[in-house]
Design a protein around this ligand. Structure first.
Ligand SMILES: [Zn+2]
Length: 409
């Protein structure tokens, strides 16, 4: 019943009203604010801060100086689909329906959404929307622009869609690209690419050749990141939209099993955890380079929002829950860090924003911002009233003139 109602409510008007992607750029009658969101799955501030001090993340450093940043309160037992769908809708997981990786025995997907996501609200308000590799957006939905799915996309060798990496050409069980014509264009001009980060190896894969397996896995992660960077550059160059959301997810995946833990931490195995202790921090150094590419498309009139759904911390001996609870392939992956702690405040996400009318060099203290506030704040930038079901609030503290709709033109 719910799916049927949503299909009528959200999808039908999109099909009728939205221009084809080729018409973007000429379609809008008056200019709308440019907003670029970059989401990083599981970005951990405890790891980021030393890298910033060492000067290893110059691009994120520049964003912090030019804008506002702080922790982002997340939901309880946070994981990617659960939190991203909360950001999309500003409603609680039980309200929007995507409560975890698997819901009622089925891999989380967009058909489960019981609340209207931000891409639909923006599209209805004639904002052009582009979303690339954002988690929990498979199968893609019609928007006033384009959508390329991310984590939880199903495909060959990734039939359940959980924490694995089908290529665009190997996607099965739904569409990974809207409009369909964009798929052929991407395959032609960007080449085939992995749509999500690599699945982690199992204990059996690692046994006896840990170093070689880890090196090969990290090389694949960088290959995927390079492909995503090429995709971002192409899509930003050739299909500019008012609202753009780009997703990264390899950092979190790496942290789960290569977090640089100490021998006294739970799950420490020197054969794995003494091998590439720089691998996890290096993910953020690599991310900073991706951010540098994105920043080439961010001028002084563009809003840039960098957001993470949660952090990630080493396992704890005293934690009673199964540390592999959110893992895939029979829970065999040797994870040593996780984020689905019962208290979400143990693993806050993070928030960075800069743009016209946003205060500079502002640190948000405590939990001034939450994942519920992302959608209302984006709508505010476009002068769109917050729908009544949304539980968050506009992050007015970050704006120089909080009383006004800053981006109204
Ligand atoms: Zn994770």
């Amino acid at each position: 019943m719910v799916l049927h109602r949503l299909a009528v409510f959200v999808l039908a008007p999109c099909v009728l009203l939205f221009p084809p992607v080729s018409a973007l750029g000429q379609a809008s009658a008056k200019p709308k604010p440019h907003v670029v969101v970059v989401s990083v799955n599981g970005m951990e501030l405890d790891v980021i801060r030393p890298l910033l001090l060492e000067g290893k993340m110059p691009n994120l450093s520049s964003v912090i100086k030019k804008g506002a940043y702080g922790k982002l309160r997340t939901v309880s037992a946070p994981n990617c689909p659960r939190v991203f769908s909360t950001m999309f809708t500003s409603t609680e997981p039980e309200e929007h329906g995507v409560t975890g990786f698997i819901v009622g025995g089925i891999t989380a997907n967009t058909n489960m959404l019981k609340q209207e996501p931000i891409w639909s609200i923006l599209s209805k308000n004639h904002v052009t929307v582009g979303m690339t590799n954002v988690p929990a957006t498979f199968p893609v939905m019609p928007v006033n622009g384009y959508m390329i799915s991310g984590m939880l996309t199903r495909g060959k060798n990734c039939e359940d869609g959980v924490l694995c990496a089908p290529k665009l050409s190997e996607v099965e069980g739904g569409d990974a690209v809207y409009p369909p014509s964009l798929k052929a264009e991407l395959l032609k001009n960007v080449g085939d690419f992995y749509i999500d980060c690599e699945r982690m190896p199992s204990a059996a894969d690692l046994q006896g050749h840990e170093s070689a397996e880890i090196d090969a896995w990290l090389a694949k992660v960088q290959l995927i990141r390079d492909q995503q960077t090429r995709l971002f550059a192409y899509i930003l160059d050739h299909h500019p939209t008012d609202f753009t959301w780009l997703g990264q997810s390899c950092e979190d995946r790496t942290g789960h099993w290569l977090y640089p833990i100490a021998p006294y931490n739970a799950g420490y195995n020197p054969k794995i955890n003494a091998v590439r202790t720089e691998a996890f921090p290096d993910q953020y150094v690599a991310f900073d380079k991706v951010l540098g590419e994105i920043l080439k498309h961010v001028d002084e009139n563009t809003y840039l929002i960098i957001v993470s759904d949660h952090g990630i911390k080493p396992l704890r001996e005293f934690e009673e829950t199964d540390p592999h609870a959110h893992m895939d392939h029979g829970k065999t992956t040797p994870v040593i860090a996780k984020h689905d702690f019962a208290d979400g405040d143990d693993v806050p996400g993070s928030f960075f924003a800069m743009g016209p009318g946003i205060k500079q060099n502002l640190r948000l203290m405590g939990f001034a911002a939450s994942v519920y506030d992302i959608a209302p704040t984006i709508l505010h930038l476009y002068g769109i009233e917050q729908p009544p079901q949304m539980r968050g609030h506009v992050l007015s503290d970050i704006f120089v003139n909080a009383g006004k709709t800053v981006a109204e033109r």
